[in-house]
Ligand binder design. Structure first.
Ligand code: ECB
Length: 155
């Protein structure tokens, strides 16, 4: 893990989060009813409305070769831990509740994750630009762009 990604970061912008969430799973009313008697999956319009208002925080840490990325909010938290270059099982619990085969690698200065599951072209990329932490979340042609500033620093 490049030391520069490590730290606590506060969201300053979030573009097309809605499009990304829709790409993760848009369900009809009937599908939502069927899912509620089996296992919740996908993201309902109501959940998307809540999610889009959130100011997210990233806490990125590395210890002994294991990287941990925490995404924190007042509503829900999500943590993933991985070793760069090693495929792992990622369960997106509390997000779209999918089981993925994920691999994080460095592509130059970008930390890139490929998430293999039911959705095509799913993953994310982190990099530093102008002292800010940038994140692209992508799924099936939709790209959400999020930018974070280091905690305690001005814009
Ligand atoms: C955990 C805070 C977001 C809670 C939103 C709740 C419900 C909406 C359901 C799904 C939205 C899909 C993704 C949420 C967006 C960000 C969370 C983590 C995204 C991610 O994969 O982060 C990576 C890269 O930093 C590390 O896990």
């Amino acid at each position: 893990m490049s030391a520069s990604l490590c730290g606590t970061w506060d969201m300053v912008s979030n573009v097309n989060f809605e499009g990304y969430m829709v790409a993760l799973g848009l369900h009809s009313e009937l599908e939502l009813k069927l899912m509620s008697i089996s296992r919740q999956s996908g993201i309902s319009p109501c959940l998307r409305k809540t999610a889009i208002k959130l100011k997210l925080k990233k806490v990125i840490e590395e210890q002994g070769g294991v990287c941990r990325i925490k995404t924190l909010s007042v509503f829900r938290n999500y943590t993933t831990s991985f070793t760069v270059g090693h495929q792992f099982e990622e369960v997106t619990r509390g997000l779209d509740n999918q089981c993925l085969k994920s691999t994080v690698t460095w592509d130059g200065d970008r930390l890139v994750c490929e998430q293999i599951g039911q959705k095509k072209n799913r993953g994310w990329a982190h990099w530093i630009e102008d002292d800010k932490l940038h994140l692209e979340l992508y799924c099936d042609g939709q790209v959400c762009k999020q930018v974070f500033k280091k905690k305690g620093l001005k814009d």
